[in-house]
Design a protein around this ligand. Structure first.
Ligand code: GLN
Ligand code: ZN
Length: 769
């Protein structure tokens, strides 16, 4: 782009911002309210103060149009459910008695009433509450939250744009309410829903909103012709309303594909499109449909879901191309900044050089503002900033952290053979049987035992310097002794050390691998008041030394039974971290896999005969569009095999996944070539076992027979019944007996009893096979 003045008045905007505040004020207030320590008035005041601070911060940074309505006490999809009046029947009484308590009852359930189901928001780690709809659903508009928050921002003298979940996405994210036929399609409710949106739009118009944003990320997934027709109808009908604000239809996380011509033709006033990562294809697609004549284009050129600084010159070039394709071009982050931490300047422990490579919500906002200025006034107006950005990008690209020649040489030398076990499965199975000498239907657990207050205190004491490393390790060893002795007494066959030393299954490894960064304040909302701090895959990954061998060996020294080594797999290490944006994900996965391979081999050398590599994220990381899936599954399964293929045939490799529906990754699970897989199955009545059997899965399987997500302790009869069901699908020689997942969130009392029942059930059923 030249330095000529280019756009008349490019505006900077964002679609949403982290909600909890720099001091985690919202989390504290909401949890305080639940515990009765904070009253409703105080909670509302805290929330209003946070919103005002966010808007002032955005406006102060130079954002022209601040988003409103994106704030939430819990979840914006639940807020939409309230806005359209789709309160499930079981929650209606609570909502009528008290709107706020009823809202939290839908989110979290009460003693008597189950909450809404929770699931992942597209391919992010944010979870939303799933709307429950049925043929009897009656919608009614409740625009109060949207109108009030818009007025709050206006009262501060700010130009604001309400942001709503669009009607199509709302219906596509919904599921049939309990008791409604499984085949019910929420999309059939469109005619009933649109008048409600029309009413909300009219209310916002009356409150003075010039623009309203309708988010339709569901349109970046593969959509059927009927769904695309529905999209056309929604925006034809909403566009035809006379009493309405200008409509900006937003999409993010991927390209719009077939939905782009539909929206481009619709009588709406603007589109907001993502131009980052896999969505960069929107640029060519937009040119192919002839651009958006007469419409406003909001260009998401700053990646809203990763933590790296923007390539400002590259973004300006994209923006310059876009100028020829729309009536007016504004600049934004690609999606709500909800998915990144608040402010990188709060990170005191990250090297100052590296901090300059990172951009959290506050820094991304500044980038958006800068790009808008560059677009409007020409690059000369931001020459100094562009030079600084160029220097930071060069510093990252040239850093030995980014490129470690030893790591590069090793990944380049990987051969197919490195990712293949030395013997095919049947021979390995025989060798493992001979080495391990396990009974039929062997019992085991998934790895973690309860994370007690004592363990958390020990970690806090270590951090605060109240105890030294030695004192901490003594406490961990004491816990391991307890876990081993309990399992021996309970009669479990393959033991675990209980993972007492792990703060988190990804962070624990991230802290020990070179190239990974941990943050101190990098909190990101996972759901409700639960926030996580994903580590950052910052550079080339290597393992300075063994990470788990010490604890597994200690546990093994206490018992004659096999103790399972326990690692987090490469795909999950990527899925629950911020990833590099400067190389393909498969390359990062390969580096992590090689580091983990060394750990697997070291465990084997230390005498470990069973090693489990957890991959709970294998399925959740599936690309949104089917076209991207084969490539993803290829690198993901290769990374797993690279991790696990360095061992002898008589070393047994387990894997674990926490989901009960996995039809779309069945082949990939086979391609992992693990010897044993454990899966979640208790709640879905062993459906998983049947699916695996039908697919001809040839290996050993442990479908969970104890639902660890509930505090309920199953009795022996229940577990026996589940086992018999599993036996109908999996032959006894290949069936394992284990819980659904790790036990870290449970209490010792429940765990003790439940595992005793599990062993009793295994013994009972063993007698029958
Ligand atoms: N080994 C881990 C544990 O037991 C597995 C956790 C998971 O699958 N999410 O906690
Ligand atoms: Zn699990």
């Amino acid at each position: 782009m030249t330095s000529k003045s280019a756009a008349a008045a490019a505006r900077a905007t964002v679609y949403g911002y982290p909600r909890q505040g720099a001091g985690r004020e919202l989390k504290k207030a909401v949890e305080g309210y639940w515990k009765g320590r904070v009253d409703a008035g105080e909670l509302r005041r805290t929330a209003a103060a946070l919103r005002a601070a966010t808007w002032r911060g955005l406006a102060g940074a130079g954002v022209h149009e601040v988003p409103t309505g994106d704030f939430s006490y819990y979840d914006h999809v639940l807020d939409t459910t309230v806005m359209v009046g789709a309160i499930p029947a079981r929650h209606r009484a609570a909502v009528e008695a008290d709107a706020l308590d009823g809202y939290f009852a839908m989110a979290r359930g009460t003693q008597d009433v189950a909450p809404l189901e929770m699931t992942k928001w597209f391919d992010t780690n944010y979870h939303y509450l799933v709307p429950e709809l049925g043929p009897d659903t009656v919608f009614s508009a409740d625009s109060a939250k949207q109108v009030d928050e818009f007025r709050e921002a206006r009262a501060l003298g700010l130009d604001a744009r309400p942001v709503l979940v669009g009607p199509l996405t709302y219906l596509l994210l919904a599921k049939p309410a309990p008791g409604v036929d499984e085949g019910f399609e929420p999309l059939t409710l469109l005619d009933r829903l649109l008048p409600v949106y029309a009413e909300v739009l009219a209310d916002l118009r009356a409150a003075g909103a010039e623009w309203v944003q309708l988010d339709e990320p569901a349109l970046v997934q593969d959509r059927s012709p009927a769904e695309l027709n529905a999209a056309a109808r929604v925006y034809r009908d909403l566009g035809a309303l006379t009493d309405r604000p200008k409509l900006l239809v937003a999409s993010y996380f991927d390209r719009l594909g077939d939905a782009l011509p539909v929206l481009a033709k619709a009588p709406v006033d603007g589109l907001a499109l993502d131009f980052t990562g896999p969505a960069a294809g929107n640029l060519d697609d937009l040119a192919a449909v002839g651009g958006l004549p007469g419409k406003r284009l909001v260009a998401g050129v700053v990646d809203g879901r990763n933590v790296w600084i923007n390539d400002l010159a590259g973004s300006l070039a994209t923006l310059a191309t876009l100028l020829g394709l729309a009536d007016r071009v504004d600049v934004a982050a690609s999606c709500s900044l909800l998915h990144v931490p608040l402010d990188v300047t709060a990170e005191r422990d990250i090297d100052g050089q590296i901090v300059r490579w990172l951009a959290f919500a506050r820094q991304k906002t500044a980038e958006v503002v800068l790009l808008a200025r560059g677009l409007e006034r020409g690059t000369d107006a931001i020459a100094a900033e562009l030079a600084a950005n160029r220097a930071d990008l060069a510093s990252r690209a040239g850093s030995p952290i980014t490129r470690d020649p030893a790591v590069r040489a090793r990944t380049a030398a990987v051969t197919d053979a490195d990712g293949r076990r030395s013997h095919p499965y049947p021979g390995r199975a025989a060798a493992q049987r001979a080495r391990l000498g396990l009974p039929p239907l062997p019992t085991t657990t998934i790895g973690s035992f309860p994370q007690t207050t004592e363990l958390r205190t020990a970690r806090a004491d270590l951090r605060a310097g109240r105890i030294g490393t030695e004192g901490y390790e003594e406490r961990i060893e004491a816990e391991i002794r307890e876990v081993i002795s309990f399992q021996e007494k309970a009669g479990i066959d393959v033991l675990v050390h209980g993972e007492p030393e792990r703060n988190d299954m990804v962070q624990y490894f991230a802290e020990q691998l070179t190239g990974y960064l941990a943050t101190q304040h990098g909190w990101v909302q996972s759901y409700g008041t639960r926030y996580v701090r994903p580590p950052i895959l910052a550079g080339d990954i290597s393992r300075p030394g063994p990470m788990t061998v010490r604890w597994t060996s200690y546990a093994q020294s206490l018992t004659g039974r096999p103790v399972k080594g326990m690692l987090t797999g490469p795909v999950t290490m990527l899925a629950w971290s911020f990833v590099r944006d400067d190389q393909p994900l498969g390359e990062t996965a390969r580096q992590v896999a090689l580091a983990l391979r060394d750990e697997v081999n070291d465990l084997e050398a230390a005498g470990t005969s069973v090693i489990q590599v957890d991959e709970p994220a294998l399925r959740e990381t599936l690309p949104l569009r089917a076209a991207g899936r084969p490539a993803y599954l290829a690198w993901a399964t290769e990374a797993f095999r690279l991790t696990t293929s360095g061992v002898r045939p008589d070393t047994q490799i387990h894997t674990h996944m926490c989901y009960a529906e996995f039809g779309d990754v069945l082949q990939a699970i086979d391609d992992l070539d693990a010897d044993v897989i454990s899966l979640e199955a208790a709640r879905s009545h062993m459906q998983v076992a049947g699916e695996l059997a039908d697919a001809g899965y040839p290996r050993e399987v442990g479908p969970g027979v104890y639902d660890i997500h509930s505090p309920r302790v199953p009795d022996t009869g229940e577990v026996t019944a589940l086992l018999r069901r599993a036996l109908a699908a999996v032959p006894a020689e290949r069936l394992w007996v284990n819980p659904d997942c790790g036990l870290k969130t449970r209490g010792w009392t429940e765990v003790r009893e439940a595992l005793e029942h599990l062993v009793a059930a295994a013994r009972e059923v063993r007698g029958e096979v």
